[in-house]
Every structure is written in structure tokens, then in C-alpha cells.
Design a protein around this ligand. Sequence first.
Ligand code: MN
Length: 462
Amino acid sequence: MFEATIYKNRRKALKEKVSNGLVLILGNGESPANYPDNTYKFRQDSTFLYFFGLDMPGFAGVLDADSGKEYLFGNDVDMDDIIWMGPQPKVKELGEKIGVENTSPFAGLADMLRQAIAEGRRIHFLPPYRHANMLQIEELLGIRPELQKKYASLELIHAVVALRSVKEQCEIEQITNACNIGYEMHTTAMKNCRSGVKEQYVAGLIEGIAASYGKMVSFPVILSQNGETLHNHYHGNILKKGRMMLTDAGAENDMNYCSDFTRTVPVDGKFDSRQKDVYNIVVACNRKALELSRPGVTYLSVHLEICKVLAQGLKELGLMKGDIDAAVAAGAHALFMPHGLGHMMGLDVHDMEDLGQIYVGYDDEVRPVNQFGTSSLRMGRRLQPGFVVTDEPGCYFIPALIDQWRQQGLHKDFLVYDKIETFKDFGGIRLEDDVLITEEGCRVLGDKRIPITVGEVENIMG
Ligand SMILES: [Mn+2]
């Protein structure tokens, strides 16, 4: 964990942002996979990690916005735990590590909240996403699970988003570390992308790299020679010459900070000319986003600009036609890129998505766009120094979507369906980097850039 002052400062800032009452931050517990003692790898709640730093199950924190007092609730281990898990620090000692003076057994949490309710005090909590915590909130606050999202504190959500969105130097170092693991993962995937190899083999290799350098993958690996399926977790195909392998994967490091990269490479290491043509358009989109991203610019506008680069490139290939600005305004390009340019990243790969994407990626000024494609943009608001966002344009040929649009006669003025038809066997390309917004502009995170140009990719695979 970081040193205690980091957590103390964060909690102080949070208390200043919340007007009054108690702030309840629940940690996560163990989560059973197939029987109670056989659990999934433990994953702490990211907001609890951010303010209380303890990466272990069974804790909750409370901040009193009125008195300024801070509390950590958790149980000391007993002899049984020591026999099975080894010696563990006392809750008091854990509190000292993160600068919290007041510690208490977990049961003290219910007592404190009961008293606060009796006094009519406000209790702020965040929208829970795990059923165990929903039951806990029901028990503690008497709010049924289906109502908890509604009663979660918007004031607290906004305060947490404001703090966690701007990454501190110590966090940028951790994300960089996660990106460096991502570099190992992706270059290993490239070197093993050979015809006759099963996708699962490559997926397993890179998952092992994430586990061996850090905690685990930051989300289940997406790896497929059918890259046109955006989130393809099926890894049962044998890689075939002539296809491209799309790998969207990242690592979560020891401090639970994430990386998230996508590369798309030709099986056996040489792009054919059609692949090269489309690939270079996506490289240009990725590069355009790096050129435009800087403080004060909305990420929605960056998204729309790279859509124009995509449409222009596809027009040059004879797949689109007409006025490019009009095509993008109409949403015709979304046949090829039905998703957004990127999302926030930090302790979560989609940072703070549990708090509500609308509060993370949008604000009063920049509202979500209700048009197919751009409606999937997770991050639209103005960029600030310290934001970490992904830059992940793509170009896909999804046969079912092409058929549907053609049948409905959608965007006939901008789409050359006869030509598009000949790309139905193409697959999909996505190229994703993790980007830090700096004072002057932005930079790709990671000590080394994962090979991205045609030349770099063919070189490392050759
Ligand atoms: Mn991503």
C-alpha cells in the first residue's frame, strides 16, 4: 500500500466535499466460486482501496463529515485463522498503516449506524454491486436491495468521482507498472500468434504473465481471430493463416491498478494488402486521438474527430462515399465502429463504473449522445490533467449488422454496400493505448510502446 499520508489526504479531501453526515465505505468480502471455502481470487472494492488501502476481506470504513473522525471496522483474527492463514496483523495495526486511529470489531459498525439513524443523521453510501454488500446494507440501513441504487448518495458519488478521476503521481507510477506488464502480455501474444495454435493457448500464456507480475488480468482476456465480435471471450478456435488475431487484455498490478491494451496482428506475422489498408486507418484514428487529447477538450469531440478519420479512410477504400462530416453526423460510420473511443482507467479498468458511467464520463455540460455507436461512448466530458483514458478506435465488419443495415436501407448515401459485402470475411481491428492527460497534451503510458505500426508489428513477429 501507499504511505499513510496518501490515504489521510484523500479522506480529508472527501470529508471536505461531503456536506454532513456519515460516509460509509464498505470493503468486499470473499466470494465463493463453487462452495463456500473455494473462493474467487479476492478483489477489494476500489473505492475502499482508494481511501483505506487495505487489500483484505471483511472491512468497512466510516468518515464523519461533521466531526472529522475516521473509523475502521474489522475483526482481529482468532487462533483458527492463524492456523490456516498464518499470523495476521491486528486491526489496530492495520489502522495505523493507513492513519486511522479509531478501530473497532465489525459489529461496532451496526451500533454506530443504529445510533446515527436514531439521531436522524444522514448516511451516505455508494451503489453496491455485490449481493453480499447489498444484504449488508439492508441489514445496516434497512433499505431493500432493489432500492439501494436509488438511495445511494449522489453527493458522495460526485465527490468520489472528482477525487479518483485525477490521478496522483503515485498512481501514475502504478498504472505505468500495470502497462509494463501489458507490454509483456501483448508482445508475447504477438510472438505466439502462429497458424495451428489454439487461441486459448495464447490467452492462457498472457493471463499467466499478468498473474506472475501482478495480481491478475484487469478483465477477462478478449482474444479471437473473429475480432468483429467486440468482446469475444470464446478462445476455442485454431488460428488460421489469413486471419488476424485481436487481443484486448490488460493487467492488474500488486496495487490493483490496471492497464488495458488492444492489438490486432496477422496470424504468422505478415499483413496482406487489404488488412494493411484497413489497419492503417485504425492506426491513423489512434494517432489522431493522441494529437487532439489535451486539457479542456471534450473526449466526445475527440471521439467524433477520429470517426471522421475512419470515414475518410473508408471512403478512400471505396467503402463509404459522400460528405464525411455529414456521414459522421448521421452516424453512418458506426456500421464499422459501433463503440466509443474510450473510457477512464485506474483502480478499475472501466474506472468507477460501479458508481454510474453517467457520473464518470459525463457532466452537466457534456451529455451522452443518443445515437447508435456514439451512445456507447463511456467517456465524453472535458479532459483534465491527471485523467487516464483509453484510446481505442476500431474497424469491424460484422456480417449480421451489415445485412440488417442493408435490408433497412440505412445510410445508403454514405455506405457502398456492394463493396462492403466483399469485406464480410475480414474480421475486425482494434488498437488501444492507455493515455495520461498532461498539462500540455497527453502521453501514452508504459515505459515502452507496444508495437503498433505495420512495420513494428511485422518486425516483432518476424
Ligand atoms: Mn478498453
